[in-house]
Design a protein around this ligand. Sequence first.
Ligand code: AMP
Length: 176
Amino acid sequence: MDASRIDRIRNVIRDVPDFPKPGIIFKDITPILTSPQAFGATIDLLLEHLRPLALDGIVAIESRGFLFAAPICRELRLGLHVVRKPGKLPAATDSVEYSLEYGKGTLQMHTDSLAKGQRVVVLDDLLATGGTAAAVARLASRQGANVLECDFVIELGFLEGRKRIQPTPCFSLIPF
Ligand code: AMP
């Protein structure tokens, strides 16, 4: 992939120390969104990676995953399958629990969102420990989808989130 376009995106990602709690360096992607060049480059690079996979849809994780999934789905004419926090989706849902640093999280998807055998990827803005994406891949597989990989704009490599998602492959644009 084109290193100069990758660097253009990397250079605008903002580190916010001690957010949302002490000791966490939060990777803020909002400067990508406010820069038409950086946002355009991010979507273009994700499109280059995803186009050859001949997907049927993208399973996107609330909420920052939605921002990247929507323009890609529009461009590739794919279905966008939203995974949301509990209580947000109005029709019948299936839920998955996953462990957080302290306690547990839950995510939900409409039971009629995915069809059996659909070729999908899971998309989120950032891979940290991999717990969230691994849970969503489980949820989508349980609904009968064929989860080809998990994709991210940013990967915090030192947290080794890929290991948690195995054997599903991972792809990220910008490793830190
Ligand atoms: P994990 O399940 O540990 O891979 O966490 C991934 C989810 O938490 C993603 O939805 C990220 O947006 C968010 N997240 C975790 N760590 C960070 C971080 N350092 N900066 C920004 N977002 C993060």
